[in-house]
Design a protein around this ligand. Structure first.
Ligand SMILES: C[S@@+](CC[C@H](N)C(=O)[O-])C[C@H]1O[C@@H](n2cnc3c(N)ncnc32)[C@H](O)[C@@H]1O
Length: 316
C-alpha cells in the first residue's frame, strides 16, 4: 500500500530492509511520517500505531483520509490548471492556523477540502515545496500531473490500484445519482485508493506537531519500534532550522536505544556507537526526474533484529 502522492525523501524503496530489522513490534511510532511509506509498507500492522508530522497539511491529509476518504477524493478530483494551482495554494496557506489548531483535537476528523486540494496540488506540483508548512516561499511549478492522472503515476500501478481499480468500484447509487457518479474515472480510482488507505488507518493515531509529541508514551521495551526519518542535516534549513532537529533526534535515539529504532540520514550525519549503520543509495531517477546517487544511511539501534531473523517473529 502506498501514498497517492510523490514525496521528497520518501522511503518506499527501503521498506523491506527496514522492516526486516524492526520485526513485528507491539507499538510502532513514526514521528516524521511524510508519505508514511514505512507504516504503509509494514508486513503486519502493530497493535498500536502512531504517525506524526510537523506539517499540518500532511497530518490533515492522513486524518481526513482516515475519517472521510470519499470527501477527500471528491475535492481532489480536478484537472491540472495553473491558474487554480496558484489560487488554491493561496487559499490552502491561509488555512494553516485554523487546521493546525483543529488538529490538536485527536478526534477531529480532518478537513476534507484542505486534504483534497493539497493532494491535487501535491500531484500537480513538480518537485518539492507545494504548500510548505514551515514558512518557506514555494517554488513555482511547471506542468504537472494532477490527481486526474492518478492512475498514471508510476507507483500507482504496482500496488494494483490506480486505473486498474476503476472497474472494481462498486456502484454506490441506491437512488439514481451515486457518489461515484459525481467523480471522473480518475477520481473514482482516487476514491478506491483512499478508501483502502482509510481502512488501513482505522486504528492508526495521526498526530500533528513537533516529532517528540508522539514519543510521549510508556514504551513496551523491545517491542516498540520507532522509525525516525527527520529532515536530513543538509536540508534542515528548508524547515527553518539548522542542526537542531538532527541533534535532538540523535540524543533521543541514543537515550532510547533499548527500543528498536531505525534512524535515517545522509552518510556521516550521525555517530552512534554500537549501532549498525547500513548505507544505501537511490541510484535512480526520483519522481522529479533528477538522478540521485547521494549516499544515505539507516542507523539501527542495538535492540533491532539481526538481518533475516524477523521471519520467526512475523510468523507468530
Ligand atoms: C524526510 S521527510 C520523511 C519522509 C517519510 N519517511 C516518507 O517516507 O515519506 C521528513 C518529514 O519530517 C517533517 N518534519 C519536519 N520538521 C518536523 C518536526 N519538527 N517535527 C515533525 N515532523 C517534521 C516534514 O514535514 C517531512 O514530512
Amino acid at each position: 500500500m502506498l501514498a497517492p502522492f510523490p514525496y521528497f525523501g520518501g522511503k518506499r524503496s527501503i521498506v523491506d530492509d527496514v522492516w526486516c530489522r524492526l520485526g513485528s513490534p507491539k507499538q510502532y511510532i513514526e514521528p516524521f511520517c511524510g508519505s508514511a511509506a514505512m507504516l504503509l509498507g509494514a508486513p503486519k500492522p502493530a497493535p498500536l500505531e502512531v504517525i506524526c508530522d510537523g506539517s499540518g497539511f500532511i497530518a490533515n491529509f492522513w486524518r481526513a483520509t482516515k475519517y472521510q476518504p470519499e470527501a477527500v477524493a471528491q475535492w481532489a478530483d480536478y484537472p491540472v490548471s495553473h491558474i487554480d494551482l496558484g489560487a488554491r495554494h493561496s487559499w490552502l496557506m491561509a488555512q494553516r492556523e485554523r487546521v493546525g489548531d483543529a488538529l490538536q483535537d485527536a478526534n477531529w476528523p480532518g478537513d476534507a477540502q484542505v486534504a483534497g486540494w493539497w493532494l491535487w496540488g501535491q500531484c500537480c506540483w513538480i518537485g518539492s515545496g507545494w504548500c510548505d508548512w514551515f514558512g518557506q516561499v514555494p517554488r513555482a511549478g511547471n506542468a504537472g500531473r494532477g490527481v486526474q492522472a492518478i492512475g498514471q503515476v508510476p507507483h500507482a500501478s504496482d500496488a494494483g490500484m490506480g486505473v486498474q481499480a476503476i472497474g472494481q468500484v462498486p456502484h454506490a447509487s441506491d437512488a439514481g445519482m451515486g457518489f461515484d457518479d459525481l467523480l471522473t474515472s480518475s477520481g473514482r480510482a482516487a476514491w478506491v485508493w483512499l478508501k483502502k488507505l482509510s481502512d488501513r488507518l482505522e486504528r492508526v493515531r495521526v498526530v500533528h506537531g513537533d516529532w517528540f509529541r508522539c514519543l510521549n508514551h510508556h514504551y513496551g521495551g523491545e517491542s516498540t519500534a520507532v522509525f525516525l526519518d527527520p529532515p536530513y542535516r543538509s536540508y534542515e534549513s528548508l524547515y527553518g532550522k539548522t542542526g537542531s532537529i538532527a541533534d535532538a533526534v540523535a540524543v533521543w535515539a541514543k537515550e532510547h536505544e533499548h527500543l528498536r529504532i531505525a534512524l535515517c540520514g545522509h552518510c556521516g550525519d550521525y555517530e552512534l556507537d554500537g549501532w549498525d549503520a547500513v548505507n544505501w543509495s537511490r541510484g535512480k531517477h526520483t519522481y522529479s526526474g533528477k538522478k540521485t546517487t547521494e549516499s544515505e544511511c539507516v542507523w539501527y539501534s542495538p535492540a533491532c533484529l539481526p538481518v533475516n531473523t524477523n521471519q520467526l517473529e512475523l510468523a507468530q
